[in-house]
Structure formats: C-alpha cells, structure tokens
Design a protein around this ligand. Structure first.
Ligand code: 5GP
Length: 193
C-alpha cells in the first residue's frame, strides 16, 4: 500500500536492524486519515471472505482494526493483554511472548463475542515472528471461529512470522513489507521479489 510505505519512509525510524519505530502515526500518535485508508484497503482485500468479526490485539491494532471493521460493516473485538476483574468468566486464554519486550503475557478473549458461526479477520500493526498473530489464531480457533486471514500493517519480511502463518495454512495480507532495516535504512520488498 503506497500511502503507508510513503508514510513509513517519511516518518518511520529504524532503531536497529530489527526494530522500526512508527510512534508518530501508529503506536503513540495516530493518523486518523491514514487509518481510514488502511481500513478501506483491508476491507477491499477481504471483501469476499465472509468476515463476521474483526479481531485485534490491544493497543496498537485497535485504530486500524476499527477502521477495517467499519468498512466491512462488522464488529471489532479487542484481545486483551491484561485480564480485568469484570472479564472473569467465559474467557479463553493463550500465552504469547512479546517480540519487542521479550516478556510473555496471557492473551484473553471472551467467548461471549466470538464463537461457532463466526469468520474472523485478525489485524495487527506489526508482524515479526508471528507470536501475536498465531496466538490470536489459537484463541479464535478455540472459540470455534473460522479464520479468514491475517491483515498486517507492517510486515518485517526478514523475520519468520509470515512463513509461520502460511505454513499453518492461513492467508496473510501485509500492506507494507519491509525487506531490510538498518540505522537510517528502510527497504521494502519489491512486487517482483
Ligand atoms: P510477533 O508477535 O510477530 O513476533 O511481533 C509482533 C508484535 O510485536 C506486534 O504486535 C508489535 O506490537 C510488536 N512489534 C514487533 N516488531 C516491531 C517493530 O519493529 N516495531 C514496533 N513498534 N513494534 C513491533
């Protein structure tokens, strides 16, 4: 998606050969116009997949996921990283290791909101090793839902996440695919790669 690639080139900051900072438009400050276009693009890509719910992981996935859900005309569900006291029954959990923080957490979904008969689209901001996306797939599957696919804003194609999801038999659509990062360097995967 050219609009997202242009924004990454203009404002993204490669902190190392593996971490890209996009705090000015995705992770801290959020660009609502960009989010609208991102949501429209996901909805267009997955329009024939029979999606009934969009799932995302708090917190950076929420803005693009709500936009995609809006254009698909379905609800959006936030998978929680922390269990609140009011979410204390009928919930499903799975353990995730965070790529950026190196810690692990229990990802939680209330079975009240996803179940048999649902076809879900999973959206996240980044795809690195695929831990978060595979965890979201496990949760939705445990709830009885079908997986339509995984929608990612920024895929780091030099990490193993994409292959892991494909090997598990799921569709991945990434709007921007980063081939290489380095200090002051951001390179995208070319279409013919
Ligand atoms: P994975 O679970 O695929 O290993 O990592 C994806 C998760 O880690 C995303 O939900 C995202 O929050 C975080 N993440 C991974 N790589 C990056 C990165 O380069 N920059 C930022 N800002 N977050 C990342």
């Amino acid at each position: 998606m050219k609009l997202l690639e242009d924004k990454i080139m203009a404002e993204g900051l490669a902190l190392s050969d593996s971490v890209l900072k996009v705090d000015s438009f995705i992770n801290h400050q959020v660009d609502p116009v960009l989010m609208q276009e991102i949501g429209r693009d996901f909805a267009e890509h997955f329009k024939d997949a029979g999606i009934t719910k969009v799932l995302t992981i708090e917190s950076s996935g929420i803005a693009p996921a709500v936009s995609a859900a809006f254009f698909l005309g379905v609800p959006m569900i936030i998978l929680k990283k922390q269990t609140s006291k009011i979410l204390n029954e009928n919930f499903i959990q799975t353990n995730i290791t965070s790529f950026t923080k190196g810690t692990s957490y229990e990802l939680t979904l209330s079975a009240n909101y996803v179940g048999k008969g649902d076809t879900v689209l999973i959206i996240d901001d980044f795809l690195a090793n695929g831990e978060a996306a595979m965890g979201a797939i496990r949760l939705a599957t445990k709830a009885g839902a079908k997986i339509a696919g995984v929608g990612i804003l920024i895929e780091k194609s030099f990490q193993k996440g994409r292959q892991r999801i494909l090997d598990a038999g799921y569709d991945v659509y990434s709007q921007a695919r980063v081939a290489k990062l380095g200090e002051g360097l951001i390179e995208f995967v070319r279409e013919d790669d």
